[in-house]
Unconditional design. Sequence first.
Length: 325
Amino acid sequence: MRIGRIGVLIGACLIWLAAPDAGRAQENFPNRPIRMIIPYSVGSVVDVFGRIVAQNIAEQWKGTILSESKSGGNGSIAAEEVARAAPDGYTWLMVTTFFTASPSLNVALRWDPVRDFTPIGQICGAPNFFIVPTTLPVNNVAEYVALAREKPGKLNYSHPGKGSTGHLGFELFKRLAGIDVPGIGYRGYPQMVADISSGLITSSFLSANQALAQVQTGTIRIIGAINDGRSKYFPDVPTMAEQGYPGAQVTPWFGIVVPAGTPEPIVDRISKALDAALAAPDVQQKLDLAGCPPKPASRAEFAGIIKNDVALWAKVVRDAGIPPD
């Protein structure tokens, strides 16, 4: 008994001695470079949006934030690395649709978006649009659905990869519309956009930036805005809700998370810095030009978005019969 009591006393003393150091570490945060892990390649939209806010936050703190691309596994490689990182605020992860869809698409996933991470905040929402080549004789969603029902399995849609918004969002729309339109996956956007413009692909979901050039050249037509409201980029385009499909509005979002267990004062400091960055006119302008208008969300709101999307994509994957990897 006596040995046990001595052990308890020693443990308590060690905790007491360590506590001031932990407190000082939090007060001095950050005092070394921060790593922001990007789950896709350099130059991807996730990379661009991350660098825009990282530059501002680094300037606020007069410090350094290093953006590191860790592509592979549709974002899973980067997420696993951050989930296993020390919860000290020095490792961040940029997240988007893959983050909430992965649990339903990967049976061997070694991380969980809710259990293993603490949300910092949402950065922006990238308006997406339902597009078709101008050679397809449809001008709105109702006409597209009618044609798809008339020719089941004859139309198709493209997406930039399994688990992307372009993939799962279109599968959601198919279920709501009751149509048979096979999906064709691509490795990114360049070849996919070229095939849409040529008419080889008959439909897709594209962001404003991806759609703009093709709209201007007259090779594609936008028939719907897949957002919770009309977009300033194409204000004359009616939303999916206006055309009878409110459940198909799935605007891709982008945000930042850190490993679970990161001390509350550090999480709060990062979150406030992100809020300040998104309030800066130059950051707002850069995100807007990049096709992703700032859309801040509190930590609690962002946590709710993540949980809701995990449930949403799980249902879409199940209903569409998409086999997990």
